[in-house]
Design a protein around this ligand. Structure first.
Ligand code: PLP
Length: 413
């Protein structure tokens, strides 16, 4: 039985030779210039379109980039010029972002389990720490006191609601992330009394939502929660980070997210905001929606073989670079990502094949029972949606396989 592939994102076409173009460049030329495959290619022109769509839909709302989606320095440098803030998930990301020229005062650092050395580096640099617990708050205040500086601290709230239909729920119930809402006002008062610069709230309810209604509802609940907590704490939050959760279509049947109605609702909601948030700035933090579709993973066919009536294309890449496409990155059921033969892009599908990686495990599947043009040894396979949670979210050391390269096309800087 043939299985469908996910929808190929907008912005990809072929030239007259049926060669896939990525950011206007031929896939085979990109691979030749890199000198090797597998290769991740990131087209920044596609990211710029995303940013422009966000700006049009959310006037006056800050846009943050969650850099764990793609921390490649070239991608990051480009993002620094396009967004209002960078959301960090580790001290390592902080070092990368500062080295790329980012302003620490436009960075915030979330994540359970921050080391003292990471808190210290953030405080020294002026990065806002999104506190995940009272214990972490205590450590941060102590470090700041020892250094004699005023730390920039925000409080991450574990919301008592969830982002419905989200691929990864981060709120609603017992969670290791943030403080339960009922504990937040007391911590805010403690931070203010300790003389910290209190930066506001961070409320992240989930990821990978494709329903505008679910996102509208989560944002409405987040604004209401922020207002309630601000009132109870008796302090006005300078910034309310509403989280993100904007998803992208990965598999057959997924529909692209229309952000226009979400922006309309939020704009209206902010216009009528409660008094407790009268002077607050609002931010949305996004990863995959900004960069997911800009990336293509190119991998070369090494072998073409048959087994009991099935045709396999064996490629020089696999799950060690693109774990999510193999279906092993938190998915319950494996479904095919958008995949194509890059060197025969737009030619008719002629045969049913399975495209498998070079790892010696049955988990290493990039496309299962899909219809493709006939491909042979040397052809390039393109796995789309490789711009977010690709290389750095994959077990690169597994089987000590050949490493992947990364190139950025159409960078602004
Ligand atoms: C991972 C993460 C994001 C980004 O999620 P995407 O689904 O890539 O948009 C944003 N905020 C926080 C707190 C995260 O942990």
């Amino acid at each position: 039985m043939t299985k469908p592939t996910g929808p190929i994102p907008d912005g990809f076409a072929s030239d007259r030779d049926y060669m896939l173009l990525i950011g206007g460049r031929r896939a085979d030329d990109l691979a030749a210039e890199a000198g090797d495959t597998p290769l991740f290619v990131y087209d920044m022109a596609l990211v710029d379109r995303r940013v422009a769509r966000f700006r049009a839909a959310f006037p006056g709302v800050d846009l943050h980039y969650a850099m764990k989606a793609n921390p490649h320095p070239g991608v990051l440098r480009h993002m620094l010029a396009q967004v209002d803030g960078i959301d960090l998930a580790s001290g390592g990301e902080m070092r990368t972002a500062i080295a790329a020229g980012g302003d620490p005062r436009r960075m915030s650092f979330a994540g359970p389990g921050k080391r003292d050395s990471e808190l210290e580096a953030a405080i020294a640099a002026g990065v806002t720490i999104n506190l995940e617990s009272e214990g972490e708050a205590g450590r941060a205040l102590l470090i700041a006191e020892r250094r004699g500086v005023m730390p920039r601290l925000a409080v991450r709230v574990n919301p008592d609601f969830e982002l419905k239909g989200s691929g990864m729920r981060m709120g609603g119930g017992a969670k290791p992330f943030g403080l339960d809402a009922s504990r937040v006002p007391a911590l805010v008062r403690r931070l203010v009394e300790a003389g910290a610069e209190w930066r506001g709230f961070h409320i992240f309810a989930g990821s990978q939502a494709l329903s505008p209604d679910a996102l509208i509802e989560a944002q409405r609940a987040s604004v209401a929660l922020a207002a309630d907590l601000a009132e109870k704490a008796g302090a006005e939050p300078p910034l309310v980070n509403l989280g993100g959760g904007f998803g992208i279509p990965y598999v057959h049947g997924d529909q692209p997210l229309d952000i226009a109605p979400i922006g309309e609702e939020l704009t209206q909601n902010i216009g009528n905001r409660p008094q407790a948030l009268a002077r607050s700035q609002f931010a949305i933090e996004l990863g995959r929606w900004l960069v997911g579709e800009c990336g293509v993973y190119l991998t070369r066919v090494l072998d073409r073989k048959y087994s009991q009536g099935k045709t396999f294309l064996v490629v020089d890449g696999g799950m060690h670079h693109q774990l999510a496409a193999s279906g092993n990155f938190g998915q319950v059921i494996r479904r095919n990502y958008p995949v194509a033969i890059a060197t025969r892009f737009g030619t008719p599908a002629e045969e049913q094949v399975s495209i498998v990686g070079c790892l010696c495990t049955p988990l290493d599947i990039l496309a299962d029972d899909v219809m493709m043009p006939c491909a042979d040894v040397g052809d390039l396979v393109a796995v789309f949606l490789a711009g977010a949670y690709g290389l750095t979210a994959s077990p690169q050391a597994f089987l000590s396989q050949h490493p992947a390269g990364e190139v950025v096309v159409n960078p602004a800087v």
